[in-house]
Design a protein around this ligand. Sequence first.
Ligand SMILES: NC(=O)c1ccc[n+]([C@@H]2O[C@H](COP(=O)([O-])OP(=O)(O)OC[C@H]3O[C@@H](n4cnc5c(N)ncnc54)[C@H](OP(=O)(O)O)[C@@H]3O)[C@@H](O)[C@H]2O)c1
Length: 315
Amino acid sequence: MDTDITHVLLVGGTGRFGGRLASALLARPGIHLHVLVRPGTRGEALRGLAEHGVTLVGGTLDDMRSLDSALEGVDAVVSAVSGPPEVRVEGQLRLLDSARRHGVVRFIPSDYSLDYTDADAGDAFMAAHRRVADAVVKSGVPHTFVLCGAFMETALSPRAQVFDFARGVVSYWGTGDEPFDVTAMADAARWVAEVVVDPHAAGQRLEFVGDVATVNGVAALYEALTGQRLRRVCRGSVEDLRRQLVRARPEGAFVQASSAQLSVLSQLAGKGRLREPATAEDTRLRPMTLRDFVEARWRMVPASARVTSPLASQP
Ligand SMILES: NC(=O)c1ccc[n+]([C@@H]2O[C@H](COP(=O)([O-])OP(=O)(O)OC[C@H]3O[C@@H](n4cnc5c(N)ncnc54)[C@H](OP(=O)(O)O)[C@@H]3O)[C@@H](O)[C@H]2O)c1
C-alpha cells in the first residue's frame, strides 16, 4: 500500500542522477512532480520536464525564501544535489529545515552511495553524508536513506581511476577479485521512486544493489565482448590502497569529483560495502546486471567505431 504522498519536490533534478530520478518519478502514477530549478539553469533536460507536466519552481539551496515557497503544498522532498559542502551540507540542511517547517512526510537526502556509516569509508567526503544524515534523524522529519553502492556509469568511467578503456588499461589492488557493489543509475532512480511513496520505508536506511562486481570480472567481460585485451596494472596491495585513500583526504578536507572515485576505490579497500541489500524479489525491480549494462553500451557503439574506440566512446 502506498502513502498518500502526491506532490514530490525534486531538488537537483537537472543533474546526471537527478534527471533519471525525474523520469522515474514521472513514470509513477499518482505523483505530481515539482523540480527546483536554479536561476540561469537552461537546457534540454528542462524543456523535457516542462513538456511532461512537471511544475518547475525557481529557487536555490542558498536562498531559504525560495525554498520555503518551493515547499508550499509539497508532501515529500527528494534531493539529488551534488557539490561542495556549501551545497551538499549547508544547502541540504536549509532544505531540511524548510521541509520540517512545512511538515513534509518524507525526506530523502542526496546519498545514493556506499555505506558511509562505515567510519573509514571515504573519510571526509562521506563525513559530509554523515553530517546530513545525523541532522535528518535529529530533525524528526520522516525520512528514508537510500544506498546503492557505486553507480555503474561512474564505476566504469576513467574518473573512478580503475577502468580506462580508451587506453586499454585496468588498475587493481590486491588480487583484482575484491568485490564492489554497483547499480545502474536508472535502476537506483526507479527504486527511489518506489521508496518515496512506500509507508514501510519511513525511518529506514535502505540498501539496493544491481550487481556485485570485481575488477577481474569486468575486465574479462569487456575482453570477451570487444575482443580487445586490456593491460592489467597492479597498483599495490589492498593495504596500500587504504593508506592512499587516507592520505588523499585529510580530515575536514573536501575532495571534488570524488563520488566516482571513492565509490569504487573505498569498496576495493574493503570499506563501505552494503550490509543488507534488498533482493530483486523484495523490490519487484529487475535491476540490470553489470553484464547487461556493458552489453547495452557495446550495442550503442557504431560498428565503424568498435575497433578503435570500444566502450570508451560512451558517456
Ligand atoms: N554512488 C556513486 O557512484 C555516485 C556517483 C555519482 C554521484 N553520486 C551521488 O548522486 C547524487 C547526485 O550526483 P550527480 O553526479 O547526479 O550530480 P550533478 O550531475 O553534479 O548534479 C548536481 C545537481 O545539484 C544541483 N545544485 C547544485 N548546487 C545547487 C544549489 N545551490 N541549489 C540548488 N541546486 C543545486 C545542480 O543544479 P544545476 O543544474 O543548476 O547546476 C544539479 O541539478 C550525489 O549525492 C552524488 O554524491 C553517487
